[in-house]
Design a binder for this molecule. Structure first.
Ligand code: ZN
Length: 374
């Protein structure tokens, strides 16, 4: 079956790369709603023309619409996740080939993943391969800013799914992604009491002194072994050197691998008792993505992918990576999730982003085989 799909894609290689060029040329920057809508129209047309499926569009208030289409029947459901927005400003990058590298805005992250998903449905149809389950595809337009308008829709579509497959690029060495860290940010405000640093030093309560104690404590919450990093990245306080400062503010970035670790950090920072008598503190928590934990179920999906890869002459391992994707929230719902089933390339989120041309067709076949085998 793997070889059959691979042969089909090789036969249609020119059309596949032409579709990829069309979709990349329809540039889409998350914040540029007009261009995003144009790109979405191209995407809808490709879905219709290649798969015969009618896409459904969820209209979002700020224009980051989600495109959904479905294929196949069966009691079981598999969700395929992808995004059509990119981080690149419109007109910033060119589409060109250089040796085995294909460059262009979002060519790897992740217009290629969308083309792969669409063409796999076409392959099933033309080759009369029954995936044996209902496939639900959800493509959003605000992934690069944390999916504020699409997360709830994706989570709703994920309910009851047997698995979620994320068509984001694989790691640059070819590995798939079985875990992704969660993120938490904090803004801590310390209040003290202002006074003259000379004549009334004793009457003042120094907010910066309290901040200094807290920064040292919070930095110490890092636990590399557990995969938890805590970084105080910004701090400010005071007004003049001769005034005891009554206000200090600092910001904290935390990345973590398990919900338990996220809770540990949250409790430690929110529940911290002040060390400088008379100060008070306010903590604002900004919840980022929950972690995609490296569960047994995620690893079981990887094992299937590894076997499919071997049948296609691909060898890769799996990794727990730092940045989040829409797979994080779905995985946190308890849905087995495997990420990195899109294209192979490197330098995502940089002007030099590229896709490895000779790896694209085998990676497409990998996705097609995994869908059938799980
Ligand atoms: Zn992406």
């Amino acid at each position: 079956m793997e070889q059959k799909i691979l042969a089909y894609f090789r036969e249609h290689e020119d059309e596949i790369f032409a579709d990829l060029k069309t979709l990349v040329a329809a540039e889409a920057s998350t914040s540029d709603i007009k261009e995003l809508a144009e790109c979405r129209k191209v995407l809808e047309r490709l879905i219709k023309e290649r798969t015969g499926c009618e896409p459904y569009v969820y209209r979002a208030e700020n224009g980051h619409d989600v495109v959904r289409f479905e294929y196949g029947n069966g009691a079981e459901k598999v969700l395929l996740i992808g995004h059509y927005d990119t981080v690149h400003p419109i007109g910033a990058l060119q589409y060109y080939k250089e040796g085995n590298e294909l460059h262009g805005p979002g060519v790897m992250d992740m217009k290629s993943g969308l083309i792969s998903a669409i063409w796999n449905v076409k392959a099933y149809r033309d080759l009369e391969i029954d995936p044996g389950k209902k496939l639900v595809f959800a493509f959003n337009g605000d992934e690069e800013t944390g999916s504020p308008e699409s997360e709830a829709i994706i989570c709703e579509l994920a309910k009851g799914a047997k698995a979620a497959l994320v068509c984001e690029p694989c790691v640059s060495n070819g590995d798939l992604k079985t875990g992704r860290k969660g993120t938490l940010n904090f803004i801590v405000k310390i209040h003290g009491k202002a006074s003259h640093a000379g004549s009334a030093h004793k009457d003042g309560i120094n907010a910066i002194e309290e901040m200094a104690k807290e920064v040292l404590y919070i930095q110490g919450l890092t636990d590399y072994e557990a995969g938890t990093t805590v970084n105080v990245g910004v701090c400010s306080g005071g007004t003049k050197v001769n005034v005891v400062p009554d206000l200090a503010v600092f910001e904290v970035d935390c990345r973590y691998k398990t919900k338990k670790e996220g809770e540990r950090i949250r409790e430690a920072i929110c529940g911290l008792a002040v060390g400088v008598p008379g100060t008070s503190r306010e903590v604002m928590v900004i919840d980022g993505k929950l972690p995609m934990e490296e569960t047994e179920a995620n690893l079981a999906l990887f094992d299937v992918a590894k076997q499919c890869g071997e049948a296609l002459g691909l060898s890769f391992s799996h990794q727990f990576v730092g940045g989040g994707s829409d797979g994080n929230e779905v995985s946190a719902m308890g849905i087995p999730t495997l990420d990195g089933l899109g294209a192979h390339g490197d330098l995502a989120h940089t002007p030099n982003e590229y896709l490895l041309i000779d790896q694209f067709i085998p990676r497409m076949a990998l996705l097609g085989a995994v869908i059938v085998k799980i």
